[in-house]
Design a protein around this ligand. Structure first.
Ligand SMILES: [Zn+2]
Length: 166
C-alpha cells in the first residue's frame, strides 16, 4: 500500500515534511479537521493511495462507486497519469459536523493543464471527517463556467469512458 515518505516534503505541498503533515492520516490517524482531510486526500491522489481515498469518501457520497475494485483502479490510473504540482486551500469553514473546503489543485496530465477548483463538502461521522461531495468552481473569475463543469475529482476519476465530442 502506498505511503508518504516521512522525511520528504509532503505531497500536499504544505512545505512540511510528510511526518508533520499528511503521513499520519494516511497511516490511520483521523484527520483533525476537514481541511487536513482534504490535504491528505490530495496527498493520497498524488501517491496513488486508492484505499485511503475510498476509506475517506462518505458511503452515501454521489462520488462513491458501487464497484470498489473498479473505483480503486480508476484512482490508481488517474494518479499514474497526472503530475500533482500544487494545492491552494482557499477557504475552510466548519460548522459542527459539517465543513466546506475550497481549493485549487494544479495538475498536469500528459503535458496538458488539468488544474481545477472545487468546493468540497465534508461530514464528520463517528469522529472521522469524510468527503461528501464536490462542486466544480470556475478556475478563473472570467472563465466560461460551462467548461469548468467537467473539472472535479469525480469527473476525472470516472471509470466510464469520456463522452465523445461532436
Ligand atoms: Zn500534507
Amino acid at each position: 500500500m502506498p505511503r508518504i515518505s516521512l522525511n520528504a516534503p509532503c505531497p500536499c505541498h504544505s512545505g512540511k515534511k510528510g511526518k508533520g503533515c499528511c503521513a499520519p492520516y494516511l497511516a490511520g490517524t483521523p484527520a483533525p479537521t476537514a481541511e487536513a482531510l482534504m490535504r491528505s486526500r490530495y496527498a493520497a491522489y498524488a501517491t496513488g493511495d486508492a484505499g485511503y481515498i475510498i476509506a475517506t469518501t462518505h458511503p452515501a457520497s454521489p462520488h462513491a462507486e458501487p464497484e470498489r475494485a473498479a473505483w480503486a483502479e480508476g484512482i490508481r490510473e488517474f494518479s499514474a497519469q497526472v503530475k500533482f504540482l500544487g494545492l491552494d486551500v482557499e477557504l475552510a469553514e466548519t460548522s459542527g459536523d459539517t465543513a466546506v473546503v475550497q481549493f485549487l489543485a494544479t495538475l498536469d496530465r500528459g503535458g496538458v493543464d488539468a488544474s481545477f477548483r472545487e468546493r468540497s463538502a465534508f461530514e464528520r461521522v463517528g469522529g472521522r471527517w469524510l468527503y461528501r461531495e464536490g462542486q466544480p468552481q470556475p478556475t478563473e473569475p472570467s472563465a466560461d463556467a460551462g467548461s469548468s463543469a467537467d473539472r472535479s475529482w469525480s469527473r476525472r476519476l470516472t471509470t466510464r469512458p469520456p463522452a465523445r465530442r461532436a
